[in-house]
Design a protein around this ligand. Sequence first.
Ligand code: FAD
Ligand code: FES
Length: 257
Amino acid sequence: MMQEQMVVKKHSSIAKDIYEMVLAGDLVRQIARPGQFIHIKVGSGIDPLLRRPISIAELDRDRCEITILYRAQGKGTKMMAEMNPGEKLDVLGPLGNGFPVDALRHGQKALLVGGGIGVPPLYELSKQLKARGVEVRHVLGFESAAHAFYIDQFSALAPTSVATVDGSRGTKGFVTDALAGDGWNFDCIYACGPAAMLRALETEYPGRRGFFSLEERMACGIGACYGCVCRTKNSPDNATKKVCSDGPVFEMGEVLI
Ligand code: FAD
Ligand code: FES
């Protein structure tokens, strides 16, 4: 982990309130797994005080670049959306454990399920699983067609189903509606998205092997403040885990969502 002023190489709007930013810097060399995240300090003053956790969506080791995809919704991300190529961004990272790509072997099957701003880390995950010879399918959920992003990029990697809440693209409803009746016999499910989506997947696939990335409000991002704890399941001593440093990826069923 290191703190660095990363350089904004590219920055553009790619869907309603969604931005794609390419950042260059040395911390790229330390990234070990897809699903790790960076913690971004926006602006030079004390407001906003807290860093914003954003997943690494794509990794280019040769160029020492990463791509992040983020939704400009609150104060910090709206300030980020104003940034131009050439400017510098204060970044702490890489943080978190990431998705275990080595959980699957050549020829096995992985189902990747993403909802909204949970979609980004699945892109690099899919690329790395494919590079291992794993058979991949994606199911991506968005609010509407206007909010949907990276569908062409995911489709170029593997078969991709889409669900939108208003039915303006793909299946009307949630990712679970797009999955309904699909009897594809995957070996492992990897998912990232809102808690309600992750709970629905746990209910849908009890006892199956899977890894979920949790979205939790964070302060330090490095395991020091206990601002992001969650409870482990079936633990007699009510043990807790820190989403920032023990996660954000947990084995399905490991923690209470
Ligand atoms: P504000 O309302 O100004 O934020 C106020 C505070 O609440 C900040 O500390 C902020 O970090 C926190 N907060 C608000 N919403 C969330 C949230 N959903 N999750 C966590 N903290 C929140 N978003 C993306 O768009 N793309 C990503 O790739 C992405 N990856 C993430 C990876 C991880 C591990 C986590 C925990 C969250 C991720 N998020 C991602 C969510 C993102 O961190 C929040 O949307 C963002 O921090 C909101 O900041 P803001 O300035 O827009 O909102
Ligand atoms: Fe401080 Fe996780 S955010 S311990």
